[in-house]
Each structure stands twice: as structure tokens, then as C-alpha cells.
Design a protein around this ligand. Structure first.
Ligand SMILES: *Cc1c(COP(=O)(O)O)cnc(C)c1O
Length: 406
């Protein structure tokens, strides 16, 4: 397979021609159950009629005008996001990493506007993922992503996951903010305990730091709430969202309180494409669906059903799955054999899922998935587990026999 694409992705040799709800279909007509959703992006599945209508209708009016002019659809989307959250103000971008960049710049500018420009450092957590720009990989702190790219952007202090004493120790005269995912997605669906998040809020208040939540993966209904922070009883000062916001159309956003955003005056930040009319039309259409009465109740109900069934699968195949974790429809299967083997076995069952850190397989079905499709998914997961259990039992036996023989 030769390709002129930069080979930074080890791609699976599989291409899809179209999608229908929770299904992706190849040119040959093979139907795959989509539990990846473009990594938590296609929250409303594929070819959702309301999104198609919004995009095509907007495409016939105007695609792009730049942020030099008012964009009414963007003003409306910002109003609705603020109405639905702690935030007062929104900056739209085209991706998650850009939203993180905006959040980092905003936090630094806030401290500077308070005559504390020396407070530019941000505390982050091991296992985090914040994106691939130079600042975002520095915030992510994963050596694998930093190596060979020169000195990492300065200003990030990483501490162990869930270690509040380490956070306290890391706070110094140069600290300006704390950045955390309420649930680590790429890191392996690691749910941050609520008391820990509340303790971070307290520390931020105590030391005049900004609390930044990266909800790029968790936001817009994935966890069963509009935003994952809602179940914590606290709110951040700044929040990034992206993935599901456009349902497949590239859009990201940095949300903030008026106070946290006070340094971001005219001319301090910009984006040519960010918040263009096409993206805003689709974003509004996504909110029409996700914020409709009863939608998130249904997500929670579906999630509970899936989790219960997965717990039964785990009990049947304890040699394969050691833990089912996550919130809502952001679910992780902590695996005994390598997670990649499970992803391959699922694909053999015509179901796609994505691996994450900590030897986890992430299950990210569309939020609109039906109970029949959940049952179908569980049956395919069961078959994949059965095969893995057999393979690994055989391998174990062989090792034991060799042990006796030698
Ligand atoms: C995906 C993701 C990002 C990066 O988003 P991109 O759109 O790929 O730049 C950042 N943070 C979290 C939590 C993510 O899941």
C-alpha cells in the first residue's frame, strides 16, 4: 500500500464509502458497527438528517466571511453554549489542540492582566492528552510525542494522576493555572475522582489560579451530561471542547468566564477559519439534537444498559477483560491481553473500536445508538472475547508444557 500521505498514522487497510447512523459501510457493502465514531466525534452517528440539512442549507448561503465581520450563527452558538454552562464567553477554533492553545494563552494573559506576568506556568497530569501542537504536546508531556521536536515549550509542570499532595508541592510563585481532563480519554478512560477535582477547585481559589478543564473528548453529551464537569458540583474557569461539537465538521471552542477571559482584548488572539458560518451552522444543529428534552436521559439509559451487559461479558471472560470503566458512553475495557489484539478481534467481527493508553479498548458508540444495536455490539464483543480467551488459554498451556518438559 503506497501513499503520498505523511506516514504518521499506522492506518488499518480499510476504507468506508458511507455511513448510516451507527454503521460504516465499505465500497464492497461490508457493514461495520462504529464504536469509534471518529474518536468521539460523530456523536449523532453518520448522515444524521438534521446535520445534513443544516450543512447543505448553509452551504447555499455563505461558507466563510472571516472574523472581521459579525457571524450571527456563531453568536447564537456561543449564546447557547454559555446558557448551557458556567461560561460567559466563547472563542471558536477548528480543532481541539487550537482550543487548548487558546486556553493556555488565556490563562497566561489573565495572570498578566492581574500584574502577575511571572505566573505563566500550568500544572498538568501524567497520562494527559491535550493535542499535537508544540504547546499542546508540552502540556501533554508524553515523551513519545515530544522526542526529536526540540526543547518542549516551557511552562508546564506535570504531576502524577490523582496525587493532590504532588499538586500542592508543584504550586509555586510562577504557577498560574491547572489543566486537567475530568476523564482522561486517550490516557485510558481514567475517571478522575470527584473529591480530587473539588480539591483542585479549592487550591485554585486559594492560590488565585485558573482551573482549566479539557472536555474536548467528554463534552457535548458523551458522559451522559452536556459537560462532564456538571456531575462534580464545581465549575472550571476555562473549558475546551471540540470533537462532538461539530458532529464530524471540524470545530473547537474555548469557553470561559468573563473574569478568566479578561486579558483577551481586541487583537490578542485570532483565527482565519475559526467559527466560520458552515461550522457554526452544524454546531447549532448538533445542539438542537443533544439539548432536546429527553436526549441526554436516553444517553444515560443506553449507557447503563451497555455497562450492565459489559459487566456480564467481563464476568464470563475474566481472563480477557479485567475492568469496565468510564462514564456514560465513554467506556473503557481494561484488557488482560494486549488491547490491540482486542481491537483486531472486534474488527474481525465487523465492529470498530479504538485502543487507548493503560491497555484499554475505548468504546465510543454514537449517542443515538439503539438498544438493538447495543445488543448486537455486546454479542460481537462476546465473540471477540471468546476467541481471545481460547487463544490465550492455548498459549498458556503451551508455556506450562514447555515448563514441565525443561
Ligand atoms: C482529541 C483531544 C485533543 C486534541 O484534539 P485535536 O482536534 O486532535 O487537536 C485534546 N484534548 C483531548 C482531551 C482530546 O481528546
Amino acid at each position: 500500500m503506497t501513499s503520498h500521505l505523511l506516514p504518521t498514522y499506522a492506518r488499518v487497510d480499510l476504507a468506508f464509502e458511507r455511513g448510516e447512523g451507527a454503521w460504516l459501510i465499505t465500497a464492497g457493502g461490508d457493514r461495520y458497527l462504529d464504536f469509534t465514531c471518529g474518536v468521539a466525534v460523530n456523536a449523532l452517528g453518520h448522515a444524521h438528517p438534521h446535520l445534513i440539512e443544516a450543512l447543505t442549507e448553509q452551504a447555499q448561503k455563505v461558507w466563510h466571511v472571516s472574523n472581521l465581520y459579525r457571524i450571527p450563527e456563531g453568536e447564537r452558538l456561543a449564546d447557547r453554549l454559555c446558557e448551557a454552562s458556567f461560561a460567559d464567553t466563547v472563542f471558536f477554533q477548528n480543532s481541539g489542540a487550537e482550543a487548548i492553545e487558546c486556553a493556555i494563552k488565556m490563562a497566561r494573559k489573565y495572570q498578566s492582566a492581574n500584574d502577575k506576568p511571572e505566573r505563566y506556568r500550568i500544572i498538568t497530569f501524567e497520562g494527559a492528552f491535550h493535542g499535537r501542537t508544540l504547546a499542546a504536546v508540552a502540556a501533554t508531556g508524553n515523551k513519545k510525542y515530544l522526542e526529536g521536536f526540540g526543547p518542549p515549550v516551557d511552562g508546564f509542570d506535570q504531576v502524577p494522576f490523582g496525587d493532590i499532595e504532588a499538586v500542592k508541592k508543584a504550586i509555586g510563585p510562577a504557577t498560574g493555572a491547572i489543566l486537567i481532563e475530568p476523564i482522561q480519554g486517550e490516557g485510558g478512560v481514567r475517571v478522575v475522582p470527584l473529591p480530587f477535582l473539588r480539591a483542585l477547585r479549592q487550591l485554585c481559589d486559594q492560590h488565585a489560579l485558573l482551573l482549566i478543564f479539557d472536555e474536548i473528548q467528554t463534552g457535548i453529551g458523551r458522559t451522559g451530561d452536556m459537560f462532564a464537569y456538571e456531575r462534580t458540583g464545581i465549575a472550571p474557569d476555562i473549558m475546551t471542547i471540540a470533537k462532538a461539537l461539530g458532529g464530524g465538521f471540524p470545530v473547537g471552542a474555548c469557553l470561559a468566564t468573563t473574569e478568566a477571559a479578561k486579558g483577551m482584548t481586541a487583537g490578542t488572539h485570532g483565527s482565519t477559519f475559526g467559527g466560520n458560518p458552515l461550522a457554526m451552522a452544524v454546531g447549532n444543529a448538533v445542539l438542537d439534537v443533544v439539548m432536546a428534552p429527553g436526549f441526554l436521559d436516553k444517553v444515560r439509559h443506553t449507557a447503563l444498559l451497555l455497562k450492565q451487559k459489559l459487566a456480564e461479558v467481563k464476568d464470563r471472560y475474566a481472563s480477557v477483560i479485567s475492568e469496565v470503566r468510564g462514564e456514560g458512553l465513554l467506556i473503557g475495557l481494561h484488557m488482560v491481553p494486549p488491547a490491540g489484539e482486542m481491537v483486531d478481534e472486534l474488527r474481525a467481527e465487523k465492529m470498530i473500536a479504538v485502543a487507548a493508553g493503560d491497555n484499554v479498548v475505548r468504546l465510543l458508540p454514537p449517542l443515538i445508538i439503539s438498544e438493538d444495536e447495543i445488543a448486537e455490539a455486546v454479542s460481537r464483543i462476546d465473540k471477540a472475547c471468546a476467541r481471545l480467551a481460547r487463544t490465550h488459554a492455548r498459549a498458556k498451556k503451551k508455556v506450562a508444557k514447555q515448563g514441565v518438559a525443561s
